[in-house]
Write a protein that binds this ligand. Structure first.
Ligand code: NDP
Length: 325
């Protein structure tokens, strides 16, 4: 038997910790013990049933997990090796990893870098790995610390917190846009040089505004992303990964055709293995682990549902790690 957080939709939606049998394990060529999972924004949407994240029922929640291989018929994986898993539709169309045990596809797992514990891997999780993908995307478009200020929106959230820590470690001057001005000290301790009220970006603005940003990591979408684009300096790039304000993008072509601004989409779920391995290798050496610990709360499986509601309401700062087994 093993414990898992199970989402069901029969007559109505329900979520509960359940004891599942070995026979219930999903198909896969690698069997794992999950030590830690995490709560990302998408997990919160699924667990609170506020967005159609889950497309197969019943579903074990949890898009991420880290732990140890207990059985393998995949050539890349041996018993005892430590893995990190993110995305690939787990917790959406395949059973996820808010479970003590699971079976997964070996081809989708990343070997956990030696310098990271399974707890640290889940403190990073999809949110932190997405922050790294955003930084890599901006660098590929020519961003360097000498080019100027970088804006991070949704700053106190999981992606935002890790993006600030990473960018400041790499020598960038970071401006954190947040709705939690009372948490300015937290954002500065992660490495933000400046903190701005997100209200300055979240209302409809002019299509062409004073040039400010050399780069942007945007977790928010909607008017915030539109204003960030309108404030980009000549040749700047924007990595768009989120929709915390909304999935709309009410902008014009002006920043693109008059300032050569680049808007880069970032997806973590189906990102190819080479990009994942590069991101995890860089996270293991370039993310300050003291800052990671500072932004992380560890919770039990029993606390997940309550915390998912808080996360969904934008009340959590940083990252939530779930101790699974
Ligand atoms: P969190 O919930 O941890 O953080 C989101 C942050 O956005 C909040 O903390 C808050 O920060 C801000 N925010 C919340 N509501 C609003 C609002 N109405 N208007 C403006 N800002 C708001 O989520 P994550 O950091 O984990 O994820 C951020 C976004 O990125 C989500 O939309 C998520 O779905 C997306 N995402 C996408 C991925 C991809 O592969 N493309 C992977 C991971 C996440 P503050 O109070 O500081 O303003």
């Amino acid at each position: 038997m093993y414990q898992a957080l199970v989402l069901r939709k029969d007559e109505s939606f329900s979520v509960a910790k359940e004891s599942l049998k070995d026979d219930d394990l999903p198909e896969g060529d690698v069997e794992v013990q999950v030590e830690y999972s995490t709560l990302n924004f998408k997990d919160a949407l699924a667990i609170t049933n506020t967005s159609p994240v889950v497309r197969k029922w019943p579903m074990v929640a949890g898009i991420d997990g880290a732990g140890v291989v207990t059985h393998s018929s995949h050539p890349n994986w041996k018993v005892g090796e430590r893995f990190v898993h993110t995305g690939w539709g787990y917790g959406e169309t395949r059973w996820g990893l808010l479970a003590e045990r699971s079976r997964v596809q070996g081809a989708g797992l990343v070997h956990l870098p030696a310098s990271l514990s399974t707890l640290q891997a889940m403190a990073i999780g999809t949110a932190g790995y997405t922050a790294m993908l955003c930084v890599m995307a901006l660098e590929k478009h020519g961003l360097t610390p000498q080019k100027g200020e970088v804006l991070v929106t949704g700053a106190s959230g999981g992606v935002g917190s890790v993006a600030i820590a990473l960018l400041s470690q790499l020598g960038y001057q970071v401006c954190a846009s947040t709705g939690k001005l009372s948490d300015s000290d937290y954002l500065k301790s992660l490495g933000a040089a400046q903190v701005m009220d997100r209200a300055l970006l979240s209302e409809p603005g002019k299509p062409f505004q004073k040039e400010r940003w050399a780069g942007v990591v945007d977790c928010v979408g909607s008017h915030t992303l539109a204003n960030a684009l309108s404030q980009c300096a000549y040749g700047a790039s924007v990595a768009a990964c989120g929709l915390a304000q909304g999935m709309d993008l009410p902008t014009t072509v002006m920043p693109f055709i008059l300032r050569g601004v680049s808007l880069i989409g970032v997806d973590s779920v189906m990102a190819p293995m080479g990009l994942r391995q590069e991101a995890w290798a860089r996270l293991s050496t370039q993310l300050n682990l003291d800052k990671l610990a500072q932004m992380t709360q560890v919770i039990a499986l029993d606390e997940v549902v309550a915390k998912a509601h808080e996360l969904r309401n934008g009340q959590i700062k940083g990252r939530l790690v779930v101790k699974v087994s």
